[in-house]
Design a protein around this ligand. Structure first.
Ligand SMILES: [Fe+2]
Length: 168
């Protein structure tokens, strides 16, 4: 796991607002709508990348869960590709930051999946239980869209960015 802490920011309120908008939009775009049929798991080059780095989807989910359980601060967990390494990484960010903020000049991190780890995301529906939240989250993922995000990134050599607005 590659964890990163928040860097200094000269306009923290703007950072919170802009980051929050992007992060939630990205996350919602990759979740299934009610009754929507889609693949039960990752496919294509995304599946191959997951198997290369995490052996299988279950192992990836367990690593995300362990990351969630060890984090106490509000923030996000991301499945990302690093432009230079070209491999999947689990990255955490504080507050409403996102991985691209850390490499804002090179935008080297390309998000594939975003998981809200603010308490508001799991306090009511899951009684504050991160484990049931994370497991329910992965059952709600639209793997067709997430696989498509990765496929687009892969096709560009991980140099492009996928806007969440492309996903709706
Ligand atoms: Fe949130």
């Amino acid at each position: 796991m590659e964890a990163q802490e928040s860097a200094g920011m000269n306009e923290p309120e703007q950072r919170l607002a802009i980051g929050g908008h992007f992060n939630h939009t990205f996350m919602w775009a990759t979740l299934k709508r009610a009754g929507e049929a889609c693949s039960p798991g990752p496919t294509g080059v995304l599946l191959a990348a997951i198997e290369k780095t995490y052996t299988n989807l279950e192992s990836l989910i367990d690593k995300v869960l362990q990351t969630a359980l060890t984090r106490q601060l509000p923030g996000w967990i991301w499945l990302c590709v690093n432009e230079n390494e070209k491999i999947l990484r689990i990255v955490t960010t504080n507050n409403e930051d996102n991985p691209m903020m850390y490499g804002i000049l090179t935008a080297q991190y390309r998000p594939v999946l975003a998981i809200d780890l603010w308490e508001h995301a799991y306090f009511d529906q899951h009684n504050g239980d991160k484990e049931t939240y994370i497991k329910a989250f992965f059952e709600s993922v639209n793997w067709d869209k997430v696989s498509a995000i990765y496929e687009k990134l892969h096709g560009s050599g991980f140099k492009s960015l996928v806007s969440p607005l492309e996903l709706f």
